[in-house]
Design a protein around this ligand. Structure first.
Ligand code: TA6
Length: 300
């Protein structure tokens, strides 16, 4: 992987994009354009923060997050791939796949005509990755920072055989107060309750959160609106290439058991994840691509 100093020389844009080491050999891209500020780590292809000018941060990032190779960053938008949650048949493999805990390559930094900044990162198979997932692949993440945040995860099957995978853009939204939250857009949609042996339940009305909540909403491409009453704003989460939406808050006990989850952080976050999971499995023939996209915007 290139050093931050070399990345800065090649990709830096004065007054808009700089690349520095957040920790030794741990480069991050700092973006500040006319619309917003953001930070993206090469580790995990991980959007860590996004804040449109004049708004509160949109993404939650744990104050106890660990910035070290092999450890997924707690918060922001982890890229879960090529499996969502636990590996379907081998519990010894890491949860949420391989790529959120590996360094990606920075491919491009572009200024767009409307003043947005577009970052392209990629990762592909290695001899090591093929021992854990026996396919040749190329993943590209294109992050567009404007007054909204758009993340497009493009998977290309570089293998000679079909490949099946699941995954998610595991977005941690920042909210003023979880107990004053209403989430709309999933009324009438069935979900699997991960806290009740995957019992299938139909959502009635808005979602409110007053305890641990871990739900996989299926067969839905709906926009989700998080009514963040405490901050007097609405966060809109749109998606493409996904029929599954995951809503998660670990609440007190589950978050206290995670050393990288800052104490009390559960009161200020909610995961709203654009996913391909459960029976929403992506099957690609050799050379085929699939794009999973999430787009975040804020309204006062
Ligand atoms: O997306 C929800 C979930 O699958 C939860 O079950 C919980 O495990 C969460 O992801 C976080 O997983 P992680 O491996 O990042 O601690």
């Amino acid at each position: 992987m290139m050093l931050a100093t070399d990345l800065q020389k090649r990709f830096g844009i004065p007054d808009q994009v700089s690349i520095v080491d957040l920790a030794p050999d741990y480069p991050v891209i700092n973006i500040n354009n006319a619309h917003a500020s953001a930070q993206v780590a090469l580790h995990g292809g991980h959007v860590m923060s996004f804040q449109p000018h004049g708004h509160e941060p949109v993404l939650w990032l744990s104050g106890s997050a660990v910035f070290a190779e092999g450890k997924a960053i707690r918060g922001g938008i982890p890229v879960c791939w090529p499996w969502f949650a636990d590996h379907p048949s081998d519990a010894s493999l890491p949860a949420h796949g391989l790529v959120r805990s590996q360094f990606w390559e920075l491919q491009a930094v572009d200024q767009l005509d409307d003043g947005a900044t577009q970052i392209t990162l990629s990762i592909q198979d290695t001899p090591e990755s093929r021992t854990l997932w026996a396919h040749a692949f190329k993943l590209e993440l294109v992050v567009t920072i404007a007054d909204s945040l758009r993340c497009r995860l493009r998977m290309t099957n570089k293998d000679k055989v079909n490949c099946d995978y699941t995954g998610a853009l595991h977005t941690y939204l920042q909210v003023g107060d979880i107990s004053q939250l209403k989430v709309s857009g999933l009324d009438g949609v069935d979900y699997l309750d991960k806290l009740a042996d995957d019992k299938r339940i139909q959502q009635q009305g808005d979602i409110t959160v007053d305890a641990e909540l871990d739900r996989i909403y299926t067969h839905t491409d709906a926009e989700v609106v998080v009514n963040d009453t405490a901050l007097n704003r609405k966060i809109c989460v749109q998606k493409q290439g996904s029929q599954t939406t995951v809503i998660w808050n670990p609440w007190l006990d589950k978050s206290a058991a995670m050393t990288d989850f800052e104490v009390g952080g559960y009161q200020h976050m909610l995961c709203v994840e654009a996913a391909n999971a459960v029976d929403d499995i992506v099957r690609l023939a050799p050379g085929e691509t699939h794009v999973l996209e999430t787009r975040l915007s804020v309204k006062k």
